[in-house]
Design a protein around this ligand. Sequence first.
Ligand code: GLV
Length: 302
Amino acid sequence: MKVWVPLPGIAQALGDLPGVEVGVYDGGAEFPPGVEDVEVWVPPFFGTPRTPEALARMARLRVVQTLTAGVDAYRPHMPDGVLLCNAKGVHDAGTAEWVVGAILAMQHDFPAFDEARREERWDYRFTGALADQTVLIVGYGSIGAAVERRLAGFEVEVVRVARTARDGVHGEDELPALLPDADVVVLLVPSTPATAGLADAAFLSRMKDGALLVNAARGPVVDTGALVAELNSRRIRAALDVTDPEPLPAGHPLWKAPGVLITPHVAGSTPASGRRALKLLRAQLERLLAGEPLVNVIEGAY
Ligand code: GLV
């Protein structure tokens, strides 16, 4: 079974699997020989503009296994009969740590104190805190549950929202009523046509004064223009690991907006994610070799 992975280190780690021939394709313009024989493709973490061509040329392809939780870059191009599996679970720890770290940094004003440090200013003042706050998790899945587990010691109230209501989880239709009571709103929804612009001007305007928007989902889930307007009026604050566009270009108004923490889409880029990704890849290949069903298969509106 021919498997293409994006990095030599991954190929090496999987090289002992019997019956598997692992090749490396880094997503560049040149396909290595044998593209038409690839049965399992693991694309590069940050994707490749060659995705549509790669998928068209991999005539024997059975599975695309992404290293990301989000599969927005693949869904529109998937050939019939080829399974798309995401990396659900792989980034739970890294992303949940980022979310909690970003919330704490913003509630305790770390970015402002770091600015004062650069100017050698002892900027004493009261700050916010996370204790006693309401944290609304929008897109409550495995990353949301990992965030909630990590928040368990912080004496907060967690409110969960998913597309459809289930036990203990509110439906998306309840968002307008829930937003005004949240001190922190964490976006973790997948990027789909249905979630594009979910956090639009109306959504943001329902957030309470001084509330914090945390985006660890995808940039297009937020209406950037509407967010910039809210930030510039200093009504709400934001911590963003993802932006629209990405990379955020020099001169973009988000860079200079007040009350915003921006990191360059790094929440899942940790050794913890790397270890979990290798574990997932190995387990998926073992399932394929044993003729067992794969996990994390993306079907319907996920
Ligand atoms: C990273 O952004 C991911 O989707 O896992």
